[in-house]
Design a protein around this ligand. Structure first.
Ligand code: ADP
Ligand code: ASP
Ligand code: MG
Length: 604
């Protein structure tokens, strides 16, 4: 007999008929000899409806009252589903987050789970009941027992967390698509279903905009080794498994907040090539990386920060042994990148730096936690290490530093994040997925805004100050890019730094940063809310030249200008203009051969 946690999303419980269909499935699963905890979302678009009501009354509703309001949606579903089960003769009991004992931080609207009581759950399961739990909600541990919510889409996280604490055999996420597809089928109907994806890949995809799973649910599955599958609540098709390696034993206390970082990594065998002043127009990155890939040169990080006037800088790192070849390609192509519309613009210049090292912190627990990157930058600043380039992914922050400072940087980071030397090491990917395509999925995020600060003094501590401030204001930063170009103004070398935040935070972040800019001697703070981020994700792109080139080429063919580029080992993200986002997604999806012959229809 297995203990299974099933979660049903909004559309799956969107009507009386759907709730009855869910009850049938639950009943069948019990009759097959299993014990069940069922986590549900609010019916259909109930949560959106509640948000709308609140907005009609207040432009900026109080967060505590929002949680009070939104948590009611799930409470309706648990009662109705429990009644439907009882109608079938299946003993069942509904429970709110508070009744289960889902204890969270006292952070309204984005609380993380600290601890889940199992006593009441287990007692009811042992009595032969199906326990139907309200997803998305918990209570703060304070005496007041404040109702909290986990953030939109958070029922997935409730379900996986319950599966982790109950040590369930697996967790099934039932939704309105047959599993995880190569991209959102609502935007690209030719998207194809996959049988399996690794947790690391899914973490990136989910954080980069694939709404099918809440990223924090994937994080918990990865950290606690919960077998996770996404399936359709309309069919019996097997769905998509999200695989993870068996993790080391991990405490269930402070479930979502313990140890945001589980690895400090470094690579001293790196060199940097930068092309300065390339024209800011479609096709430039495609041309450069197209040539690099034809020469079979594998690049590691690629970074393009925001433009300055009508030119841009693109920097990339390669392993030292192939530096000479990479430099030669860049030098050969530089004259061809001269801006045609503005021939007076300086010819692109190639700059090479040999003695660099890449130091990274990695860990799934850093998603949505603004303080983690800030702590890394502060740690490096405290030991006087200057950061030359920054590139972030959802689960990693990498900094390029002087090679001579690498040991000092790594030692300081290990101390700061409590990582013992030798403790790190490569994690496996769990069940082997036979073919690892270079690109497994493509995602689009239309909810980000780009902020840039011009002319930040280039000295240790600046990134720490900036991201520390954002963290203090609880503003989560997503992609961070530090520009390559360094210019001396008033005798001080300066660089631009750009990053993306949620659109909701854009204005307030700009306001806050503008207020302090003068005091710290920073330049202008620029906000652009009309951006889209398109990303490709795949563990198979590691060590495969040409993947970036293909992505850039697909965008160039559509005349889409790339505003920023950031990469990690398993993903490449480009920022483009918002109105070109969907077109960019479709072009990239097709370019990587991910489109199937059949069109996909999402149930209404
Ligand atoms: P639920 O209410 O069941 O939690 P969601 O709406 O949160 O459902 O998530 C399912 C939706 O996620 C799908 O209808 C689909 O439009 C969207 N989606 C985005 N990216 C993907 C992807 N890569 N694979 C599958 N679905 C995706
Ligand atoms: N009902 C909540 C929402 O719509 C939580 C969820 O469905 O996961 O965001
Ligand atoms: Mg969802």
């Amino acid at each position: 007999m297995a203990l299974i946690v099933q979660k049903y999303g909004g559309t799956s419980v969107g009507s009386v008929e759907r709730i009855q269909a869910v009850a049938q499935r639950v009943y069948k699963t019990v009759k097959a000899g299993n014990s069940l905890v069922v986590v549900v979302s609010a019916m259909g678009k109930t949560t959106d409806g509640l948000v709308k009501l609140a907005k009609e009354i207040s432009r900026n509703p109080n967060r505590r009252e929002m949680d009070m309001l939104l948590s009611t949606g799930e409470q309706v579903t648990i009662a109705l589903l429990t009644m439907a089960l009882q109608e079938l003769g299946q003993p069942a009991i509904s429970m709110t987050g508070a009744q289960v004992g889902i204890v969270t931080e006292a952070e309204h609207s984005r609380a993380r789970i600290l601890h889940i009581e199992t006593t009441r759950l287990t007692r009811n399961i042992n009595e032969g009941k199906v326990v139907v739990v309200a997803g998305f909600q918990g209570t703060s541990s304070a005496k007041e027992m404040e109702i909290t919510t986990l953030g939109r889409g958070g029922s997935d996280t409730s379900a996986v967390a319950i599966a982790a604490v109950l040590r369930a055999s697996f967790c099934e996420i039932y939704t309105d698509v047959p599993g995880i597809l190569t991209t959102d089928p609502r935007l690209v109907p030719e998207a194809q279903l996959m049988d399996a994806i690794t947790c690391d890949e899914m973490l990136e995809l989910a954080s980069l905009g694939a709404k099918v799973l809440h990223p924090r649910a994937v994080e918990i599955a990865r950290n606690y080794g919960v077998p996770l599958v996404v399936r359709s609540s309309w069919t019996d098709a097997p769905g998509t498994w999200v695989t993870s390696a068996k993790p080391q034993g991990r405490s269930l206390i402070n479930l979502e907040i313990a140890r945001p970082v589980d690895n400090v990594e470094f690579d001293t065998d790196q060199a940097k090539v930068a092309l300065l002043r390339v024209p800011d127009k479609p096709g430039v990155a495609a041309k450069l990386f197209g040539e690099i890939s034809r020469q079979k040169i594998d690049v590691d990080l690629i970074i393009q920060s925001i433009n300055e006037g009508n030119s841009n800088d693109i920097a990339f790192t390669v392993r030292t042994p192939i530096l000479k070849r990479a430099e030669a390609v860049a030098a050969a192509i530089a004259p061809a990148l001269r801006s045609q519309s503005n021939p007076k613009l300086d010819e692109a210049e190639v700059m090479v730096e040999h003695n660099i090292a890449k130091v990274s912190i990695a860990g799934a627990g850093m998603i949505g936690r603004p303080g983690v990157a800030a702590k890394m930058f502060a740690t490096l600043a405290a030991v006087g290490v200057n950061i030359q380039m920054i590139s972030t992914s959802e689960v990693k922050v990498s900094c390029v530093v002087d090679a001579a400072e690498c040991d000092r940087a790594v030692a300081a980071l290990r101390t700061a994040f409590e990582i013992k030397a030798g403790e790190e090491g490569k994690r496996g990917q769990g069940r082997i997925i036979e073919e690892t395509p270079p690109v497994r999925g493509v995602a689009l995020d239309l909810n980000q805004a780009r902020l840039a600060i011009r002319q930040l003094p280039d000295r240790p501590g600046m990134a720490a100050k900036l991201f520390g401030l954002l963290a203090q204001h609880n503003i989560s930063v997503d992609m961070i890019i530090q520009s390559q170009r360094c210019r001396v103004i008033d005798g001080v070398p300066r660089r631009d730094i750009a990053f993306t935040v949620s659109q909701l935070d854009g204005e307030s972040a700009k306001e806050m940063l503008t207020q302090v800019a003068a005091e710290f001697g920073w330049g202008e703070v620029v906000l652009d809310s009309a951006i889209a981020k398109v990303s490709i994700v795949g563990a198979g792109m590691l060590g495969q030249p040409g993947v970036a080139a293909k992505m850039f080429e697909a965008l160039a063919q559509q005349q889409i200008n790339i505003q920023m580029i950031a990469t990690s080992e398993i993903k490449i993200s480009c920022v483009v203009a918002q109105e070109q986002g969907v077109k960019a997604l479709q072009a990239i999806h097709t370019a990587f051969g991910l489109a199937g012959s059949e069109k996909f229809v999402v149930p209404a």
